[in-house]
Design a protein around this ligand. Structure first.
Ligand code: ATP
Ligand code: MG
Length: 307
């Protein structure tokens, strides 16, 4: 039976015993290193889950929540969750769609945003999906691409390669490529133009379809914490003093989640409004509030927004 040397206890351990799951502990699979690793751990940490020794082991346990973390390559996360070795996982939607294992997509986590696109040399004229009929396309995502072309009734030759997909047209390996794009800079550097956006992707929380009810309950708690973390990102807390006869006007400028918090000031004739606003709107709202006579506008960072 396979074994490995544990760097922490300096003993050989049986791999399968080590991975043996506790019934009452939820197991989440995260990318061990790479683009999603840091943001996934950050999300858990902001959700109040204390993990020490992050990423240096195969498994680590949270100190204050019934969850343990299994660190894997992102390619392996959908299968690991599908067969229940991990109950849940965080992975790019692109990997979930490509691997096509039976998992539930439980929540979009709004980081690791990218898209999977078709691109061709920029000097060529693109005429629509039929452009690719009989042509060669290099990609590391053959599954998603095959499905897309089947829907479009286009027959093309898919050349699966592991990396450096973007150089394939210039070395004569393919006529076009299907690859991950975020800013588009790599395409431009390689003389390529993006012609079809096939899939928008971000990191998603996935779950094993066979999870028992006790674990599902823990997952619901976790998801609600994630929602709070995601909602508070990019938000600021605004306090503003407004003359009482301008309250109605001020409330039109400041939206509010339910009804606004309105507090009378010691100075009669004035009130304070408290509101949560988007960071991107802070200056615009402040200028408009000042223009109607508001004073002492205070903008504070928001730690959490628990609803
Ligand atoms: P692993 O070693 O775990 O297999 P990897 O090299 O396959 O990692 P990364 O490059 O770390 O994968 O990317 C992980 C995920 O990050 C991608 O599958 C995708 O969902 C997302 N992502 C976001 N932006 C980009 C980008 N610009 N390039 C590649 N992936 C991106
Ligand atoms: Mg990978």
């Amino acid at each position: 039976m396979a074994s490995f040397f544990c760097r922490h206890c300096h003993r050989h351990k049986n791999f399968f015993n080590y991975l043996h799951k506790k019934k009452d502990t939820l197991r989440i699979a995260l990318q061990s290193k790479g683009r999603l690793n840091e943001k996934s751990l950050e999300l858990l940490c902001e959700a109040g889950i204390g993990i020490d020794d992050t990423g240096r082991k195969l498994l680590s346990r949270a100190s204050n929540f019934p969850i343990e973390i299994l660190y894997l390559r992102d390619d392996d996360i959908p299968q690991t969750v599908s067969c229940g070795i991990a109950d849940i996982g965080i992975v790019g939607l692109n990997e979930v769609m490509e691997r096509d294992f039976d998992v539930d997509v439980l929540q979009h986590l709004e980081f690791g945003k990218c898209r999977l696109s078709l691109a061709i040399p920029k000097y060529m004229e693109y005429t629509g999906p039929e452009f690719f009929e009989g042509r060669k396309i290099a990609t590391s995502y053959p599954g998603i691409l095959k499905k897309w072309f089947a829907e479009k009734n286009v027959n093309c030759e898919i050349r699966e390669i592991a990396g450096s997909v973007e150089i394939s047209p210039s070395i004569g390996l393919a006529d076009g490529i299907f690859d991950i794009v975020s800013s588009g800079g790599t395409l431009v550097q390689n003389g390529l133009a993006e012609v079809e956006k096939v899939l928008e992707s971000d990191a998603v929380l996935i779950g094993c379809p066979d999870m028992d009810e006790e674990k599902r309950q823990t997952v619901r708690v976790l998801m609600s914490r994630f929602t709070s973390v995601l909602r508070s990102r990019g938000k600021k807390y605004m306090l503003v003093n407004v003359p009482n006869d301008k309250i109605e006007e001020a409330l039109k400028i400041i939206p509010s989640m339910k009804s606004p918090t309105l507090l009378p000031l010691a100075d009669k004739g004035w009130s304070a409004i408290h509101a949560v606003i988007d960071e991107s709107e802070v200056w615009d709202k402040a200028d408009r509030l000042k223009a109607i006579g508001a004073e002492d506008i205070l903008i504070l960072s928001m730690e959490k927004l628990i609803i």
